[in-house]
Design a protein around this ligand. Structure first.
Ligand SMILES: *Cc1c(COP(=O)(O)O)cnc(C)c1O
Length: 435
């Protein structure tokens, strides 16, 4: 369906002066087809396009908006902060309060440093891990996304253990050669790698709840194996909690699984909708950073007072209202409302959910735990579902591989509306021969 005349005109103008018309690729609707709608304003669970169409939103700006759009208390905190100046280039109280809040919330965290994006947090954590261990190799997993830093823009090639191949032009093979890519859900592959070159590994990094390539929920035993092997080899375990941090609970996936990493990275929610990333861990490791130590890391806008105010307001509301309990309830309601519709669907479909993160697995059998097990045909089916929902005023992520996000602004009626619309869209697949 077309997104409206004003959006189309803006997209046309945008494409002349911005590559692909967007500042982040997935926004361009390339995976689902059609023209993206341009947003004029958003409030609570809804976004309104420049064409005056209102969508019930399950993207939540890709994760940060756990309280919904323009939460009044967050907006007030931002207004108040910006009135006192938008950046100082000198320390401010908000940074201290934010650091105290993050350290108090996350298992094993003694110190934290703030940056301006998740990518920057991961990039800095990797450098710190290499500086701390004096080693070069980084192990990542196929299907885990860690932002667009060079060393991690690497996907698996063939074979059980491969040298990394860059998944972007512009990433030197020499960088990629320092990255090992393994499949998720496979203890034996990790054991084998550590047996062969464990003493060269600086860090193993993963999303403990992989949520950037479907929702590939891992077995706790797999995470426990990573914890054991890294500890035995003197390598660091890094949990990239940019999505899961403050999303699945106050202590992120670490608290959920009872596994404490050496370093953790944050982003999205921690900034309350403003650009913030963070990385933290034990004091002994973090104190290797400049100005105390020999690992350099810096940022003109790091610990920005306005962003700190938005993050702090968000974290305080999450704690005060135990928002995570409400979100779990809302997620369970979505699951219940969807169950009969998925059972009646003309194609195999199941809901994968961890708290307020959800994803439709459009294939038979148990939901996949590895990227390789995702049925490629699902992407085409998803595109049809996406447009059917959009036509009903419901915005899901414009890609089959992205998860859905519930926020505190979603009501029971909202998840029931999503379930009903999905049921209709799935049923229509058969009539139109789409499946
Ligand atoms: C979004 C994301 C990043 C990158 O964060 P940006 O703020 O987009 O740079 C890194 N890791 C994970 C797990 C993410 O979901």
């Amino acid at each position: 369906m077309d997104s409206g005349e004003r959006s189309a005109a803006l997209f046309e103008r945008a494409r002349r002066v911005i590559p692909g018309g967007v500042n982040s690729p997935v926004r361009a609707f390339g995976a689902v087809g059609g023209t993206p709608f341009f947003v004029a304003a958003a409030r609570g669970a809804e976004v309104e396009s420049v064409d005056g169409r209102v969508y019930l939103d399950f993207v939540g700006s890709w994760g940060p908006l756990i309280l919904g759009h323009a939460h009044p208390e967050v907006v007030a905190a931002v207004r108040e902060a910006v009135g006192r100046g938008s950046t100082f280039g000198a320390p401010c109280q908000g940074e201290v309060e934010m650091a105290e809040a993050v350290v108090a919330a996350y298992p094993g965290l003694e110190q934290v440093r703030f940056v301006s994006s998740g990518t920057e947090a991961v990039m800095s954590a990797i450098r710190l891990a290499r500086g701390f261990t004096g080693r070069d190799l980084v192990v990542k997993f196929a299907g885990c996304y860690h932002g667009h830093a060079d060393h991690l823009l690497v996907a698996a090639g063939s074979g059980l253990v491969t040298l990394g191949n860059p998944s972007s032009a512009g990433v030197p093979e020499a960088f990629a050669a320092l990255t090992r890519v393994l499949p998720l859900d496979d203890e034996a592959a990790v054991e084998e790698l550590f047996a062969r070159e464990g003493e060269r590994v600086a860090a193993v990094i993963l999303e403990p709840i992989p949520a950037n390539n479907g929702l590939l929920v891992q077995r706790p035993e797999f995470l426990a194996t990573l914890r054991r092997l890294t500890r035995e080899a003197g390598a660091l375990l890094i949990f990239d909690e940019v999505i899961s941090g403050f999303r699945v609970g106050r202590g992120g996936a670490a608290a959920l699984y009872g596994i404490t990493p050496d370093l953790a990275t944050f982003g999205k929610i921690v900034g309350g909708g403003l650009p913030v990333g963070a990385f933290g861990g034990r004091r002994e490791i973090l104190e290797r950073l400049a100005p105390l130590g020999d690992v350099y890391q810096a940022g003109t806008l790091s610990g920005n007072p306005v962003a700190m105010a938005a993050g702090l307001a968000t974290l305080r509301i999450l704690e005060r209202d135990d928002v995570w309990a409400t979100l779990e309830q809302r997620g369970a309601e979505l699951e219940r409302a969807l169950a009969p519709r998925l059972a009646a669907a003309p194609i195999p479909a199941s809901l994968v959910r961890v708290g307020s993160l959800f994803w439709l697995s459009l294939q038979a059998g148990a939901p996949p735990r590895t990227a390789a097990r995702i049925e490629p045909r699902a992407a085409g089916i998803y595109a049809a579902l996406f447009h059917a929902l959009l036509a009903e005023g419901i915005a899901m992520a414009p890609s089959a591989y992205e998860v859905g996000f519930l926020s505190a602004a979603h009501r029971t009626a909202d998840v029931e509306r999503l379930a009903a619309a999905l049921g209709r869209a799935l049923a229509r697949l058969l009539r139109e021969g789409g499946a």
